[in-house]
Design a protein. Sequence first.
Length: 480
Amino acid sequence: MRHITLEQMKALLADPIFHQIGQAADQLGVDCYVVGGYVRDLFLERPSQDIDCVVVGSGIELAQTLGHSLGRGAHVSVFRHFGTAQLKWHGAEVEFVGARRESYSHDSRKPIVEDGTLEDDLLRRDFTINALAVCLNRDRFGQLIDRFDGLLDLEDGIIATPLDPDTTFSDDPLRMMRCIRFATQLNFQIEDETQQALARNAERIRIISQERIIDELNKIMLSPTPSIGFIELSRCGLLPIILPEIAALEGVEVRNGRAHKDNFYHTLEVLDNVAKASSELWLRWAALLHDVGKPRSKRWENGVGWTFHNHNYIGQKMVAPLFRRMKLPLDERLQYVEKLVGLHMRPIVIADEEVTDSAVRRLLFEAGEDIDDLMVLCEADITSKNQQRKQRFLDNFQLVRQKLADLQARDNYRTWTNPITGEEIMRTFGLAPCRQIGILKQAIKDAIWDSQIPNDHEAARTFMLEKAKEMGLTPVILLE
Ligand code: ATP
Ligand code: MG
């Protein structure tokens, strides 16, 4: 990768837009480079949509000149306040900005910005792999500017800052999140000095808005192996600041020689397992939070050992406050995560005992359309090191899945409704609203779900009349 030739670089910049940009820059007599993430992703052969260009001069002027020469089909938006312009052309989106120099004050991540050289502009970038530039002017087209050996770091899989990492992170603490995010997305190592600086500057994350933090955290969550990011967040001390509930899962307590498992590492294993099975962000959040109630439910019971009774329900209640604080959505996505956290023990309990129709029907009814995701989460949750035990669970899960499929084919319990309504009960027995109606309805439901009677109106009515007799109720004679 390091020995890429000029010809190869030119081939990488195959999109005709790059030559068009170069021409416009030549026309204005300014130097122009494609920089940052786009160049990094070219080398990594990752798809990337947004192209960033730095102009040693006015980015706005270049965008306008280019827009003019491209004519119809090109659309330029100018953001004068930021000194930037965006050009859209045949599906390509290019952002133009003048080369700038930045200086920071301590209490803000908003720098003082002045015009600068290309060198100044590369110096203000966060990581060496993000500080590569390729010239687009005609006579130097395809020439790579690699001031900080970013290409070497790309090849070695290393995240390092161009400047002293303490300065880089203290100037803009969001870069700490970006650092861990890139390490996770790309499976790169964080260089030692950089990693130590993360720990020294972790507290500075508090000046960053929650929206920006969650943006990066979600990118970590969506990476192929999200655990990489959480281990780094924990190692440098960012985790207790941004997600104390997850940090609290860490550690093992030993009593009378008995230890419980480290729930942090268990959680990460579950998260990675889910990530292998699904790219769905909220299912991954459910995995991250499935055991979040464990620290609060942990007890030592003499003669039993460590227990975590009701940790699923306690955890379920913790999801909404956490979502609110993290500025995560408070809509059906929250409800979905709550539901999965609350139900995550169910299939395991079923699989541990005899897999009965009624237990599976109840599960199906409560999980509704999220039943498949719940099963993915539960299978991911089996992290036992005991291969035999693990296999037994997986086999039983197969049984649960089989039963789920059978029952779904037979009757649609996801949207089950009782064939007997409360109104019918009142009419039949001449009752006003009272407790007995609920008791009867529950009895009918149990009888159907336990497969004692078929799921139809006639059977349910016969059953109701018998049951009512036992309860001392007599039907009124209806006068038509
Ligand atoms: P991605 O697009 O995958 O989120 P990226 O590196 O392209 O990653 P962008 O936000 O698109 O991120 O930024 C483009 C470039 O701008 C980066 O590659 C980097 O050079 C620079 N950059 C972005 N954010 C920062 C920052 N907080 N500090 C310093 N440089 C930054
Ligand atoms: Mg980008």
